[in-house]
Structures are given as structure tokens and as C-alpha cells.
Design a protein around this ligand. Structure first.
Ligand code: PEP
Length: 252
């Protein structure tokens, strides 16, 4: 399967810098067309920058647009929320759901993530569902139990290999510069594939991304581990040359 290289721009940038970053990405990919052929790409800017970034990406077509969250309801009286339908309307193909920062700062539960994913699926969006253990949970040998529970509860009945991507992101590796060992990543991704067998008809076809301090320096190792089908990249996705260097490491 083609690896997916996804950028999570989080709450960064301005309208103008988002447009510049998208242009640099598109320009860089234009110069290395084999990357665009070998890999799938997506970037997830803040909601307010989606339209601007879509305008840049649409001209080239190699990078899909994604959002960082969606509402768990359909359109209506939900002040401040953004629905899956609105994301589709603005040109999104992907939506990140259940990122650890949303779980931590917005109290999102597995059940809420499943409800959001169901709404995303209804509108034809691909849900990138994030799971991952805290440092304390890993140190207490609870990583598999936690991640297994999150997957069992965060995937709605509508999930399949086409409309869902799993992102394994150990919470302690996000934005910290720390990463698990290659052995630990391999073991967790194999474990996740096993859990997905309980939920899906074709678990081998679903993409399982690794996320957490992926940089050009470690991408060659992390992205060439069995069952690692791409990366969800935070900090390094804010610099086009770093994002593209990670992609190049994934494409070998
Ligand atoms: C993320 O926020 O999804 C992430 C992986 O961040 P970083 O790459 O900065 O660790």
C-alpha cells in the first residue's frame, strides 16, 4: 500500500504563512515528481486557513487537504463547532480525530471520537483516528492495554480500510523529541494490526501511521518498520523542506 505522509499544522501560522507553506510544499513536490507518485500526502491546517491552503493545493493535486477535528453532530445549533459537511464543502478529504491534545485539553473520550468518525464517514471523509499511551502508562506496561482499548472504542461501526487511518502517537513522544525504539514501534504496530482484525474485514489494508517527533533524521528508521504505513507529523510539517525530507526517507 502507498504510505501516507500527513502534516498536522496544529494552531500555528497566519493566513499568509499558511499559503506560503502550501506553496513551498507544492513547489518542492513538483521538483521531485517520483515522491508524489510513490506516496500519498495530506496537510491539516487550522480551520481558518483551510480555504486558502485548498486554493494552493488544488492547482497541483498531489497533496490532499485535511482538518484537525470535526463536530460530533450534524449542522445546527452548536455554537463554535465545525461539521464534517462543512469540511467536505471546503475541499477536505481527511480529518484528524482524537488527537491526544484534543483528548487532553478538550476532554474528548473514545466515544466522542467514534461519534465524530461516524459523522466524517457519513460525509465521505477519511478519519485519521489517533491513539497512544502516556509515559506513565508505558512505564507501567499498560501501553498495549490502553491503545487496544482506544481502538476498540474509538472506531465506529462504519470504519473500514478506505475511510479510516489509524495514527499511533505515543503521547510522550509528541513534540518532545523523544521516540520509542524501533522494536517498540514494530511491536505496537503489529499489536494494532491484530486488534483491527476484531473490527474490520480487511485489517491488512488499513493504514497505521506512526506519529511523535518524526524528523528527517529519524524518518528513515521509523518509516521503514513493518506495519508503519506512513507518518503523522507535527512540528516538522511546518517546514516544507523537513516535511519533504521525511517523505523522501519514506519513499526509499
Ligand atoms: C502530532 O501532533 O501529531 C505530532 C506528531 O507532533 P510532533 O511531530 O511535533 O511530535
Amino acid at each position: 500500500m502507498k504510505k501516507l505522509i500527513a502534516g498536522n499544522w496544529k494552531m500555528n501560522g497566519t493566513l499568509s504563512s499558511a499559503g506560503d507553506l502550501a506553496r513551498s510544499l507544492v513547489g518542492g513536490l513538483g521538483k521531485s515528481s517520483d515522491l508524489a507518485e510513490k506516496l500519498d500526502f495530506c496537510v491539516c491546517p487550522p480551520f481558518l486557513h483551510l480555504e486558502k491552503v485548498q486554493g494552493v493545493l488544488a492547482a497541483q493535486g498531489a497533496v490532499a487537504l485535511g482538518a484537525q477535528d470535526c463536530a460530533l453532530t450534524v449542522n445546527g445549533a452548536y455554537t463554535g463547532d465545525i461539521s464534517a459537511e462543512m469540511l467536505l464543502d471546503i475541499g477536505c478529504r481527511y480529518v484528524i480525530l482524537g488527537h491526544s491534545e484534543r483528548r487532553q485539553y478538550h476532554g474528548e473520550t473514545d466515544e466522542m471520537v467514534a461519534a465524530k468518525a461516524a459523522k466524517a464517514h457519513e460525509k465521505g471523509l477519511v478519519a485519521i483516528i489517533c491513539v497512544g499511551e502516556t509515559e506513565k502508562e508505558r512505564e507501567s506496561s499498560l501501553a498495549e492495554e490502553v491503545v487496544g482499548g482506544q481502538i476498540r472504542k474509538s472506531l465506529p461501526a462504519s470504519a473500514n480500510a478506505e475511510n479510516t487511518v489509524i495514527a499511533y502517537e505515543p503521547v510522550w513522544a509528541i513534540g518532545t523529541g523523544k521516540t520509542p525504539t524501533a522494536e517498540d514501534v514494530k511491536a505496537m504496530h503489529a499489536f494494532i494490526r491484530g486488534i483491527l482484525k476484531e473490527k474490520l474485514d480487511n485489517p491488512d489494508a488499513i493504514r497505521i501511521l506512526y506519529g511523535g517527533s518524526v524528523k528527517p533524521e529519524n524518518a528513515g528508521v521509523l518509516l521503514n518498520i513493518d506495519n508503519v504505513d506512513g507518518a503523522l507529523i507535527g512540528g516538522a510539517s511546518l517546514k516544507a523542506e523537513q516535511f519533504l525530507a521525511i517523505a523522501a526517507a519514506a519513499a526509499v
